[in-house]
Design a protein around this ligand. Structure first.
Ligand code: DX5
Ligand code: ZN
Length: 224
């Protein structure tokens, strides 16, 4: 099943509830929340208080993408604030196995994220633990960047590994997803599509979400 996860990074933060409602009316089924600490990535965003407010504003699952160092220190606070899914970067985590179990112990879905320069093979030992793998198709830290095409190969490789090993993690992609890139990531095997600029950057978020989902659903029918 294809799901659209609009990233609020590109939304108007003074009208978050309205923006999230519009995206959900357009068919979005997950809300992607980008958490940045100014250390792991060169930017700062929001923390648990904003997740707590979003929790009151929508019933959709909140997908917290933790672009932070030492994630174990903050996972309990995000869970308490109402996060449903939490993903951590392979590159930011010395004890990935422990962190993934910590996320699960808070009854959240646990995801692992890889940057564009990180090979899929670095995840071999955790693929049977995670609920989802997030493939970055830009270098994290900012919205509205250009899609890095090699992400398509990594998505395809993950889908192959999953089939070979009989696993069930889902594949998410994040960065530069728009009308011109969505079809190829879906054909490669992506199921959860994060989009910030393409949903909130211009025009009407509801229409933007509808058009992206339409293109994605059509592409899913062409999977071989
Ligand atoms: C980048 C974030 C993304 C970002 C995507 O560090 O992880 O979620 O908001 O933005 P777009 O869709 O504009 O590339
Ligand atoms: Zn993200």
């Amino acid at each position: 099943m294809i799901e659209l996860a609009p990233s609020i990074l590109a939304a108007d933060f003074s009208r978050l509830a309205d923006q999230v409602r519009a995206a959900s009316e357009g068919g979005a089924t997950v809300i992607h929340v980008d958490i940045m600490d100014g250390h792991f990535v060169p930017n700062l965003t929001v923390g648990p208080p904003v997740v707590k407010s979003l929790r009151r504003a929508t019933k959709l699952p909140l997908d917290c993408h933790l672009m932070i160092e030492d994630p174990d220190q903050y996972i309990p606070a995000f869970a308490e604030a109402g996060a449903d899914w939490m993903s951590v970067h392979q590159e930011a985590d010395r004890h990935l196995d422990r962190t993934l179990h910590l996320i699960k112990s808070h009854n959240c879905l646990a995801g692992v994220v890889i940057n564009p320069a990180t090979p899929v093979e670095t995840l071999t030992e955790v693929l049977d633990i995670v609920d989802y793998v997030l493939v970055m198709s830009v270098n994290p830290g900012f919205g509205a960047q250009e899609f890095i095409p090699n992400a398509v190969n990594k998505i395809r490789r993950l889908a192959q590994l999953r089939a070979q090993r009989g696993l069930s993690f889902r594949i998410e992609v994040d960065g530069g997803i728009a009308q011109d890139t969505v079809a190829e990531v879906v054909r490669a095997g992506a199921e959860i599509l994060v989009a910030g600029n393409a949903v909130f950057g211009h025009g009407d978020p509801k229409t933007n979400a509808q058009l992206l989902l339409k293109a994605a659903t059509e592409a899913a029918l062409q999977r071989v």
